[in-house]
Ligand binder design. Structure first.
Ligand code: ING
Length: 328
């Protein structure tokens, strides 16, 4: 169909396509010593509430099952054992209930947790679970922010680069009637994340996050945390014709004020659902995955308009290479 014929025919998709009811399941603070059982109780309550409301997919935050432990130099904390924050099996004895509720109520979920593999590798991980309780796929956080060494000058640490290894790919899966991708927290700030997922056909991108309001390297960003979080996810959604779900572990967790503002964003770039406070709360939207076509098959028709042969700097360079200084 030519552009003119398309224009005459009106928008590609009106409504009534591949409908899916999605919930951003924001979780409030998880205490340093809160048990897995207590956290899973809270997550099951959110799953049940969502299922009762007809929700088919519930998205939980990054590292949902524990407090955000990278804020501490764990070696210095005599009451903390690093391995206690990791899952060695998923589902495990304490998380099986989530999978059981999923299968009983026909509600799938996305869950972020710290993964310790049998051969000793540690990842910041998210899994996608379908409505029958089966695990569709696993994503391991690619962009690890913060630092690897204890930096006592900081009010609190951000030691993800010590406690996790980075993932190295952006897989997508056919699930929930469409193509789904996942990303975690800092990943959402990098446009490459959304573009790689959209090049894998993603129509729906699920992102959990733990974002302290205070950013020690540049405190002038503190007041902009909510704006920046929505800015990057709205841009990622629009520029790739995707729905994006961003879900916080929010509120004051162990003395660290963390961004809430969980949201669901349409391919238009608009926020279509937003949490009202910073505790355990669902933000729900009915999305039509066919609406992604209004962007993927027009403005952002990748295989018609992209010029990857001109983008080589993106995959061959890590940092910037400015032009040479003017010779005096
Ligand atoms: N957290 C943060 C994020 O990218 C951060 C790191 C904190 C960046 C504060 C900027 C400001 O949202 C994680 N867990 O990646």
């Amino acid at each position: 169909m030519t552009d003119a014929e398309q224009a005459a025919a009106g928008p590609l998709v009106e409504t009534g396509g591949r409908l899916l009811r999605v919930a951003a399941a924001q979780v409030g603070p998880v205490g340093r010593h809160e048990s897995r059982a207590s956290v899973v109780d809270r997550l099951v309550a959110l799953l049940e509430q969502a299922a009762t409301g007809g929700v088919e997919l519930v998205v939980f935050p990054e590292l949902t099952l524990t407090t955000f432990f990278p804020r501490w130099n764990v070696e210095d904390e005599d009451d903390l054992e690093l391995d206690d924050f990791y899952e060695t099996e998923m589902p495990g004895p304490e998380t099986q209930r989530l999978f059981d509720v999923a299968a009983e109520r026909g509600v799938g979920f996305c869950l972020g947790y710290a993964e310790l593999t049998p051969d000793g590798h540690r990842y910041n991980t998210q899994i996608l679970v379908e409505r029958d309780g089966s695990i569709v796929g696993k994503y391991r956080k690619v962009h690890l922010p913060g630092h690897a060494e204890h930096e006592p000058w900081r009010e609190f640490q951000h030691l993800e680069r010590r406690y996790f290894e980075a993932g190295d790919d952006f897989p997508t899966w056919r699930a929930f009637g469409g193509v789904v991708g996942m990303a975690i927290c800092n990943d959402r700030r990098w446009p490459e994340t959304y573009r790689c997922l959209a090049l894998g056909g993603a129509e729906l991108i699920l992102i959990g996050y733990n974002t302290p309001m205070h950013y020690a390297p540049d405190p002038s960003q503190d007041m902009l945390q909510s704006f920046h979080s929505h800015l990057v996810m709205q841009a990622g959604a629009y520029q790739n014709g995707c729905f994006v779900v961003g879900v916080a572990k929010g509120g004051n967790e162990e003395g660290v004020e963390s961004l809430a503002d969980s949201c669901i964003i349409a391919p238009t770039g608009r926020v279509i659902a937003l949490t009202a406070h910073n505790g355990d709360e669902l933000a729900v939207a009915d999305i039509d995955l066919d609406l992604t076509r209004n962007y993927k098959e027009t403005l952002f028709q990748f295989d018609r308009y992209r010029r990857p042969e001109t983008y080589t700097a993106i995959t061959t360079q890590r940092g910037p290479v400015p032009p040479p200084e003017e010779t005096p």
